[in-house]
Design a protein around this ligand. Sequence first.
Ligand code: SF4
Length: 325
Amino acid sequence: MNHNNKLLFIKNLTKIFSAGSFLFKSNIVAVNNVSLELNAQRAEIFTLAGESGSGKTTLARIILGLVRPTSGTILYKGRDITQIKSAKDWKWFTREVQPISQNPFDTFSPLNKVETYLYDTAINYNIVTNKSEVYNILDEKLKAVGLSWDEVRGKYPNEFSGGQLQRLSIARAIITNPSLIVADEPVSMIDASLRMSIVNLFKNLKEQFNVSVIYITHDLATAYYISDRIAIMLRGSIVESGPVEKVLNAPLHPYTKLLKQSIPEPTIDVQWEEEIQLSVTEIKEFTASGCKFAARCPYVMETCKTKEPEETFVDERAVRCYLYK
Ligand code: SF4
Protein backbone atom coordinates (compact mmCIF):
# COMPACT_ATOMS: atom_id res chain seq x y z
CA MET A 1 0.00 0.00 0.00
CA ASN A 2 1.28 3.50 -0.81
CA HIS A 3 1.47 5.64 2.34
CA ASN A 4 3.20 8.63 0.71
CA ASN A 5 -0.03 10.62 0.78
CA LYS A 6 -0.08 10.27 4.58
CA LEU A 7 1.81 12.68 6.77
CA LEU A 8 1.65 10.12 9.56
CA PHE A 9 0.55 6.50 9.31
CA ILE A 10 0.29 4.43 12.50
CA LYS A 11 -1.00 0.86 12.43
CA ASN A 12 -1.44 -1.54 15.37
CA LEU A 13 1.21 0.26 17.41
CA THR A 14 1.96 -1.24 20.82
CA LYS A 15 4.47 -0.28 23.51
CA ILE A 16 5.04 -2.55 26.48
CA PHE A 17 7.20 -1.45 29.41
CA SER A 18 8.61 -4.03 31.81
CA ALA A 19 8.74 -3.16 35.47
CA GLY A 20 10.11 -4.86 38.57
CA SER A 21 12.92 -7.37 39.10
CA PHE A 22 13.54 -10.71 37.38
CA LEU A 23 11.27 -12.72 39.71
CA PHE A 24 8.52 -10.14 40.02
CA LYS A 25 8.53 -8.73 36.54
CA SER A 26 5.31 -7.25 35.21
CA ASN A 27 4.45 -5.74 31.90
CA ILE A 28 2.57 -2.48 31.46
CA VAL A 29 0.95 -2.01 28.07
CA ALA A 30 1.35 1.76 27.74
CA VAL A 31 0.15 1.89 24.11
CA ASN A 32 -2.16 -0.88 22.95
CA ASN A 33 -2.79 -1.63 19.29
CA VAL A 34 -3.22 2.01 18.25
CA SER A 35 -3.94 3.01 14.65
CA LEU A 36 -4.28 6.56 13.31
CA GLU A 37 -3.50 8.57 10.20
CA LEU A 38 -2.87 12.21 9.35
CA ASN A 39 -3.37 13.37 5.78
CA ALA A 40 -0.39 14.98 4.02
CA GLN A 41 -2.46 17.27 1.81
CA ARG A 42 -4.49 19.09 4.42
CA ALA A 43 -3.09 20.34 7.74
CA GLU A 44 -5.22 19.52 10.75
CA ILE A 45 -5.21 19.59 14.53
CA PHE A 46 -5.58 16.09 15.92
CA THR A 47 -6.09 15.76 19.66
CA LEU A 48 -5.08 12.81 21.82
CA ALA A 49 -7.15 13.17 24.98
CA GLY A 50 -7.31 11.12 28.14
CA GLU A 51 -6.58 11.08 31.81
CA SER A 52 -3.15 10.52 33.25
CA GLY A 53 -1.88 6.99 32.50
CA SER A 54 -3.89 6.77 29.28
CA GLY A 55 -0.76 6.37 27.15
CA LYS A 56 -1.05 9.65 25.26
CA THR A 57 2.39 10.93 26.27
CA THR A 58 4.06 7.59 25.44
CA LEU A 59 2.36 7.67 22.03
CA ALA A 60 3.59 11.25 21.53
CA ARG A 61 7.14 10.19 22.38
CA ILE A 62 6.94 7.33 19.87
CA ILE A 63 5.76 9.79 17.20
CA LEU A 64 8.73 12.05 18.06
CA GLY A 65 11.10 9.09 17.59
CA LEU A 66 12.11 9.16 21.27
CA VAL A 67 10.59 5.81 22.28
CA ARG A 68 10.81 2.65 20.19
CA PRO A 69 7.49 0.78 19.84
CA THR A 70 7.36 -2.89 20.82
CA SER A 71 5.37 -3.76 17.68
CA GLY A 72 3.36 -2.15 14.91
CA THR A 73 4.06 0.34 12.13
CA ILE A 74 4.80 4.06 12.27
CA LEU A 75 5.55 5.90 9.02
CA TYR A 76 6.21 9.61 8.60
CA LYS A 77 5.82 10.72 4.96
CA GLY A 78 6.08 7.06 4.02
CA ARG A 79 9.32 6.43 5.97
CA ASP A 80 9.57 4.02 8.88
CA ILE A 81 10.88 6.26 11.66
CA THR A 82 12.11 3.30 13.71
CA GLN A 83 14.61 2.65 10.90
CA ILE A 84 16.15 6.12 10.84
CA LYS A 85 19.83 5.48 11.53
CA SER A 86 21.96 8.24 9.98
CA ALA A 87 22.53 11.70 11.45
CA LYS A 88 21.43 13.22 8.13
CA ASP A 89 18.07 11.43 8.20
CA TRP A 90 17.54 12.20 11.89
CA LYS A 91 18.19 15.89 11.14
CA TRP A 92 15.59 15.72 8.36
CA PHE A 93 13.07 14.09 10.68
CA THR A 94 13.64 16.47 13.63
CA ARG A 95 13.34 19.41 11.27
CA GLU A 96 10.02 18.06 9.99
CA VAL A 97 8.52 17.03 13.36
CA GLN A 98 8.92 19.50 16.20
CA PRO A 99 8.00 19.04 19.87
CA ILE A 100 6.42 21.59 22.22
CA SER A 101 6.83 20.59 25.84
CA GLN A 102 4.51 21.12 28.76
CA ASN A 103 6.91 23.30 30.70
CA PRO A 104 8.34 26.19 28.65
CA PHE A 105 11.08 26.58 31.28
CA ASP A 106 12.45 23.19 30.08
CA THR A 107 13.10 24.63 26.64
CA PHE A 108 15.28 27.54 27.73
CA SER A 109 18.18 27.39 30.20
CA PRO A 110 18.11 30.33 32.63
CA LEU A 111 21.82 30.87 31.90
CA ASN A 112 21.40 31.66 28.21
CA LYS A 113 19.68 34.48 26.38
CA VAL A 114 16.51 33.26 24.66
CA GLU A 115 17.77 34.49 21.29
CA THR A 116 20.59 31.91 21.45
CA TYR A 117 18.07 29.07 21.04
CA LEU A 118 16.27 30.77 18.19
CA TYR A 119 19.49 31.70 16.39
CA ASP A 120 21.06 28.24 16.84
CA THR A 121 17.91 26.50 15.56
CA ALA A 122 17.95 28.59 12.36
CA ILE A 123 21.66 28.01 11.78
CA ASN A 124 21.84 24.32 12.78
CA TYR A 125 18.94 23.38 10.52
CA ASN A 126 20.31 25.43 7.60
CA ILE A 127 17.19 27.55 7.47
CA VAL A 128 19.28 30.49 6.25
CA THR A 129 22.28 30.45 3.96
CA ASN A 130 23.37 33.95 4.83
CA LYS A 131 23.74 34.82 8.53
CA SER A 132 22.47 38.36 7.93
CA GLU A 133 19.09 36.88 6.92
CA VAL A 134 18.62 35.13 10.21
CA TYR A 135 17.17 38.11 12.11
CA ASN A 136 14.50 38.64 9.45
CA ILE A 137 13.47 34.98 9.76
CA LEU A 138 13.43 35.16 13.56
CA ASP A 139 11.37 38.35 13.50
CA GLU A 140 8.88 36.73 11.10
CA LYS A 141 8.46 33.66 13.33
CA LEU A 142 8.24 35.75 16.50
CA LYS A 143 5.55 37.92 14.92
CA ALA A 144 3.60 34.75 14.09
CA VAL A 145 3.33 34.08 17.84
CA GLY A 146 2.58 37.68 18.81
CA LEU A 147 6.12 38.78 19.71
CA SER A 148 8.94 40.54 17.85
CA TRP A 149 12.71 40.46 17.63
CA ASP A 150 12.95 43.82 19.43
CA GLU A 151 11.01 42.44 22.43
CA VAL A 152 13.24 39.38 22.67
CA ARG A 153 16.72 40.69 21.87
CA GLY A 154 19.20 40.53 24.77
CA LYS A 155 16.76 39.00 27.28
CA TYR A 156 17.03 35.95 29.54
CA PRO A 157 14.16 33.47 30.20
CA ASN A 158 13.41 34.94 33.64
CA GLU A 159 12.49 38.24 31.98
CA PHE A 160 9.46 36.60 30.33
CA SER A 161 6.17 35.32 31.77
CA GLY A 162 5.25 31.61 31.42
CA GLY A 163 2.83 32.49 28.62
CA GLN A 164 5.48 34.49 26.73
CA LEU A 165 8.01 31.69 27.14
CA GLN A 166 5.55 29.18 25.70
CA ARG A 167 5.06 31.54 22.74
CA LEU A 168 8.84 31.63 22.38
CA SER A 169 9.08 27.83 22.40
CA ILE A 170 6.41 27.72 19.69
CA ALA A 171 8.37 30.33 17.69
CA ARG A 172 11.49 28.18 18.06
CA ALA A 173 9.57 25.13 16.83
CA ILE A 174 8.30 26.83 13.65
CA ILE A 175 11.74 28.18 12.66
CA THR A 176 12.46 24.82 10.97
CA ASN A 177 9.22 25.04 8.91
CA PRO A 178 7.94 21.72 10.31
CA SER A 179 5.03 19.80 8.80
CA LEU A 180 4.04 18.39 12.19
CA ILE A 181 4.12 19.79 15.73
CA VAL A 182 3.61 17.44 18.67
CA ALA A 183 2.45 19.55 21.61
CA ASP A 184 2.23 17.69 24.93
CA GLU A 185 -0.07 19.51 27.38
CA PRO A 186 1.29 22.86 26.10
CA VAL A 187 -1.02 25.03 28.21
CA SER A 188 -1.37 23.02 31.41
CA MET A 189 1.29 25.10 33.19
CA ILE A 190 0.09 28.41 31.78
CA ASP A 191 -2.08 30.79 33.76
CA ALA A 192 -5.73 29.86 33.08
CA SER A 193 -6.55 33.34 31.75
CA LEU A 194 -3.90 32.97 29.00
CA ARG A 195 -4.60 29.38 27.89
CA MET A 196 -7.03 30.17 25.10
CA SER A 197 -4.67 32.74 23.59
CA ILE A 198 -1.93 30.09 23.41
CA VAL A 199 -4.15 27.34 21.98
CA ASN A 200 -5.42 29.84 19.44
CA LEU A 201 -1.86 30.12 18.20
CA PHE A 202 -1.99 26.49 17.05
CA LYS A 203 -5.09 27.25 15.00
CA ASN A 204 -3.32 30.23 13.44
CA LEU A 205 -0.17 28.23 12.70
CA LYS A 206 -2.20 25.52 10.99
CA GLU A 207 -3.75 28.12 8.69
CA GLN A 208 -0.70 30.36 8.19
CA PHE A 209 2.04 27.72 7.80
CA ASN A 210 -0.01 24.62 6.84
CA VAL A 211 1.44 22.75 9.80
CA SER A 212 -0.45 19.86 11.40
CA VAL A 213 -0.56 19.63 15.18
CA ILE A 214 -0.94 16.63 17.46
CA TYR A 215 -2.37 18.24 20.57
CA ILE A 216 -2.10 16.12 23.70
CA THR A 217 -4.32 17.12 26.57
CA HIS A 218 -6.64 16.08 29.37
CA ASP A 219 -8.59 19.30 28.78
CA LEU A 220 -11.57 18.63 26.51
CA ALA A 221 -12.54 22.29 26.51
CA THR A 222 -9.46 23.51 24.65
CA ALA A 223 -9.52 20.31 22.57
CA TYR A 224 -13.07 21.08 21.43
CA TYR A 225 -12.13 24.62 20.54
CA ILE A 226 -9.08 23.91 18.35
CA SER A 227 -9.29 20.32 17.08
CA ASP A 228 -10.47 18.96 13.77
CA ARG A 229 -10.41 15.37 15.01
CA ILE A 230 -9.98 13.81 18.43
CA ALA A 231 -9.03 10.39 19.78
CA ILE A 232 -10.00 9.45 23.33
CA MET A 233 -7.42 7.21 25.00
CA LEU A 234 -7.94 4.85 27.92
CA ARG A 235 -5.18 2.66 29.35
CA GLY A 236 -3.24 2.70 26.10
CA SER A 237 -6.14 2.15 23.68
CA ILE A 238 -8.04 4.61 21.51
CA VAL A 239 -11.64 3.89 22.55
CA GLU A 240 -13.33 6.51 20.34
CA SER A 241 -12.10 8.77 17.55
CA GLY A 242 -13.55 10.99 14.87
CA PRO A 243 -14.54 14.60 14.11
CA VAL A 244 -14.36 16.58 17.35
CA GLU A 245 -17.95 17.89 17.12
CA LYS A 246 -19.30 14.36 16.77
CA VAL A 247 -17.19 12.83 19.54
CA LEU A 248 -17.71 15.57 22.11
CA ASN A 249 -21.25 16.69 21.30
CA ALA A 250 -22.68 13.18 21.06
CA PRO A 251 -20.18 10.71 22.53
CA LEU A 252 -20.77 7.01 21.93
CA HIS A 253 -18.29 5.26 24.22
CA PRO A 254 -19.32 5.22 27.90
CA TYR A 255 -15.82 6.44 28.84
CA THR A 256 -16.11 9.47 26.52
CA LYS A 257 -19.48 10.18 28.14
CA LEU A 258 -17.86 10.10 31.58
CA LEU A 259 -15.11 12.48 30.44
CA LYS A 260 -17.65 14.84 28.97
CA GLN A 261 -19.74 14.90 32.16
CA SER A 262 -16.73 16.15 34.06
CA ILE A 263 -16.60 19.45 32.15
CA PRO A 264 -19.23 22.05 31.29
CA GLU A 265 -21.07 21.82 27.97
CA PRO A 266 -18.48 22.51 25.26
CA THR A 267 -19.08 25.74 23.43
CA ILE A 268 -16.52 28.11 22.03
CA ASP A 269 -18.06 30.96 24.02
CA VAL A 270 -16.97 29.47 27.32
CA GLN A 271 -13.41 29.24 28.57
CA TRP A 272 -13.12 26.52 31.20
CA GLU A 273 -10.53 26.91 33.85
CA GLU A 274 -10.93 23.64 35.72
CA GLU A 275 -9.03 20.48 34.92
CA ILE A 276 -10.99 17.26 34.55
CA GLN A 277 -11.32 15.44 37.85
CA LEU A 278 -11.68 11.69 37.44
CA SER A 279 -11.99 8.74 39.74
CA VAL A 280 -8.81 7.18 41.13
CA THR A 281 -6.86 5.23 38.54
CA GLU A 282 -7.35 1.52 38.96
CA ILE A 283 -4.30 -0.58 38.33
CA LYS A 284 -6.48 -3.53 37.34
CA GLU A 285 -7.54 -1.55 34.28
CA PHE A 286 -4.00 -1.96 32.95
CA THR A 287 -4.06 -5.74 33.28
CA ALA A 288 -7.70 -6.47 32.48
CA SER A 289 -8.05 -8.87 29.59
CA GLY A 290 -11.34 -7.43 28.36
CA CYS A 291 -12.51 -3.84 27.94
CA LYS A 292 -10.34 -1.50 30.02
CA PHE A 293 -13.42 0.39 31.15
CA ALA A 294 -15.30 -2.69 32.41
CA ALA A 295 -14.59 -1.96 36.10
CA ARG A 296 -16.22 1.48 35.85
CA CYS A 297 -18.77 1.01 33.07
CA PRO A 298 -22.48 1.15 34.00
CA TYR A 299 -23.33 -0.96 30.89
CA VAL A 300 -20.80 -3.74 31.49
CA MET A 301 -21.73 -7.21 30.17
CA GLU A 302 -20.02 -10.59 30.65
CA THR A 303 -18.39 -10.39 27.19
CA CYS A 304 -16.79 -7.08 28.11
CA LYS A 305 -14.69 -8.77 30.81
CA THR A 306 -13.22 -11.48 28.63
CA LYS A 307 -12.17 -9.93 25.32
CA GLU A 308 -11.24 -6.39 24.33
CA PRO A 309 -13.80 -5.04 21.84
CA GLU A 310 -12.63 -4.43 18.30
CA GLU A 311 -13.07 -1.18 16.43
CA THR A 312 -16.54 -0.56 15.00
CA PHE A 313 -17.38 2.34 12.65
CA VAL A 314 -20.50 4.28 13.62
CA ASP A 315 -21.57 7.74 12.42
CA GLU A 316 -18.12 8.84 11.14
CA ARG A 317 -16.45 7.49 14.26
CA ALA A 318 -14.39 4.51 15.29
CA VAL A 319 -15.48 3.15 18.65
CA ARG A 320 -14.35 0.18 20.75
CA CYS A 321 -17.40 -0.94 22.69
CA TYR A 322 -19.71 -3.97 22.54
CA LEU A 323 -22.73 -1.69 22.71
CA TYR A 324 -22.10 -0.86 19.03
CA LYS A 325 -21.39 -4.35 17.71
FE1 SF4 B 1 -18.82 -0.75 28.82
FE2 SF4 B 1 -18.63 -3.14 27.70
FE3 SF4 B 1 -18.58 -0.95 26.17
FE4 SF4 B 1 -16.52 -1.57 27.71
S1 SF4 B 1 -17.27 -2.75 25.97
S2 SF4 B 1 -17.44 0.42 27.47
S3 SF4 B 1 -17.54 -2.41 29.51
S4 SF4 B 1 -20.28 -1.69 27.44
